[in-house]
Structures are given as structure tokens and as C-alpha cells.
Ligand binder design. Structure first.
Ligand SMILES: [Cu+2]
Length: 113
């Protein structure tokens, strides 16, 4: 199944960044923030067991219905959010529900100095 994750704006200043995640889809989703190593492009992580990617190094996530931070996922039509401190660099926002990353749920967020 094809899915997508889009981020607006895709470039923000460093410091405190609040992500507001609106689920406009028909299944439950989440957004996890991962550092994007230099030279690596989004969408290139390998799925491991359970059709999920490695979340090691996660800086935070929005996966709570009508709430902040970590939960059981954001239901269709619902909104979740998270606030984090981001240093200048490149980040990959992903949904790590089984199969969703490979389905296209990733996007780049650039943080400028
Ligand atoms: Cu998803």
C-alpha cells in the first residue's frame, strides 16, 4: 500500500521545534524523528523484523491522539504533537508502523543554524 508523509515547512531554524501531526489517512500512524546521516537520503533505511526500521537515535515522536509525545499511534482524523530541541542538521521523519516506511512514509526536515 502506498502511503505518504509530508512536512511543511521542510526547513526550520534550530532550537525549539514543535511538530503538529495531522493524520489525514484511514489507518493509524505516528511520526518519529531520526537524525539523517550526511550523504544519506530519506527512504533508504532497511526494514528489519516486523517490517519496522531501527529507531535507535530517535529524538522524539508524536504518536498520541490529541496529546503530546509517545502513545499508541494517531488515529485517522486525529492530531498529535511533540516539541523537541533540534540542532542544525538533516532529519528524517518516519512512520514506523509495520510496513509504513517501505510504503513511503518518510520525509526530510532540514534545520538551519
Ligand atoms: Cu504510518
Amino acid at each position: 500500500m502506498r502511503m505518504r508523509l509530508s512536512v511543511t515547512p521542510s526547513q526550520v531554524p534550530s532550537g525549539t521545534v514543535s511538530l503538529r501531526v495531522v493524520n489525514e489517512g484511514v489507518t493509524t500512524h505516528e511520526v518519529v524523528v531520526l537524525p539523517l546521516p550526511s550523504g544519506q537520503t530519506v527512504g533508504k533505511r532497511d526494514e528489519g523484523p516486523g517490517q519496522r526500521i531501527d529507531e535507535a537515535g530517535s529524538l522524539g515522536e508524536a504518536s498520541h491522539d490529541c496529546g503530546a509525545g509517545e502513545g499508541k499511534g494517531i488515529s485517522p482524523g486525529s492530531t498529535g504533537w511533540t516539541t523537541l530541541k533540534l540542532s542544525p542538521g538533516r532529519y528524517e521523519l518516519v512512520c514506523n508502523f509495520p510496513g509504513h516506511y517501505a510504503g513511503g512514509m518518510y520525509a526530510e526536515l532540514d534545520v538551519t543554524g
